[in-house]
Design a protein around this ligand. Sequence first.
Ligand code: PMP
Length: 361
Amino acid sequence: MARVYNFSAGPSILPESVLRKAAGEMLDYQGSGQSVMEMSHRSKEYETIINGCEALLRQVMAVPDNYKVLFLQGGASSQFAMVPLNLLNGSGKADFVITGQWAKKAFQEASRYGECKAVASSADKTFSYIPKLNKADFTPDADYFHICMNNTIYGTVFHELPDTGDVPLVADLSSCILSAPIDISKFGLVYAGAQKNMGPAGLTVVIVREDLLGKARESTPTMFNYVTHADNGSMYNTPPTYAIYICKLVLEWIKNDIGGLAEMEKINRKKAQILYDFLDSSKLFKGTVVKEDRSLMNIPFITGDEEMDKKFVAQAKEAGFVNLKGHRSVGGMRASIYNAMPTEGVEKLVELMSKFEAQNK
Ligand code: PMP
């Protein structure tokens, strides 16, 4: 069996031990005589899985008790609407920082429901940096302030959170959740599509402070009201059962094999450093993001010559390094090095880039 080094931005690489465990339990989950995929979500066995997943997530992320954890579907994109439907109902105003396409989509969708303001943007330089924020631009009575914490396409991250005072900070954590410890108490709500660091696509996780529940506008569809899911332990309807099971295995891997999020961060920093150090010294390849805003998860780079980029992506693929092509909107290359990418994968990638550079002087 030849597994590739998969640098996909999502769905993306999962820990091999998780895949093996899932494979071992595929036909007969712990003596139940059935796959988790075939199980009633109301069964005793499944109850243990979903409750275990929530307990582990709370433990690994140190989620405070006054926050609800919701396991939903619809992807992070559904949250672009669900957040305003549920929260944009006081002053009807919200602030946004436009750091890329996903942040912009969140802004545009919310703008359908209220008065939304873009307080800063880095569109002028193809989102290659996190814009400086000026508190004087913030809306003091906003219902929430939204950021996309890690910008998957452009490779930037908020290393520092905006100080929004009493205005709840809402963050899209899709591409950085579980990559490092994060203080959930600084947020009113966070959300993430699972298909990068948590598990397979199909699961969307929302962590919301309890006092923000129950504010949804009257016309909100039942399925889009957080209260529906909070009151029913994410079991109002059928949850994405198998994705939650895999997420539980991923959390067990982080807790038991890695040793928690502080350790995870150390590994992620080391991995990213290997690639950034190479990019900073290379005469052929260069990173596209200002140094202080570089992401640990998504690392875009270019040669400055589109044909050369194509040649590199093709050669890399040939050598078993896949999904290195940059997002269709920006071109170049992007290495997504999520939690499950082993350090060895990044070292081998740098070796390959180094060789390519020597051959293309
Ligand atoms: N936000 C971010 C930061 C993302 O990277 C993505 C997808 N890659 C999305 C939102 C959209 O997620 P989904 O496909 O789960 O709707």
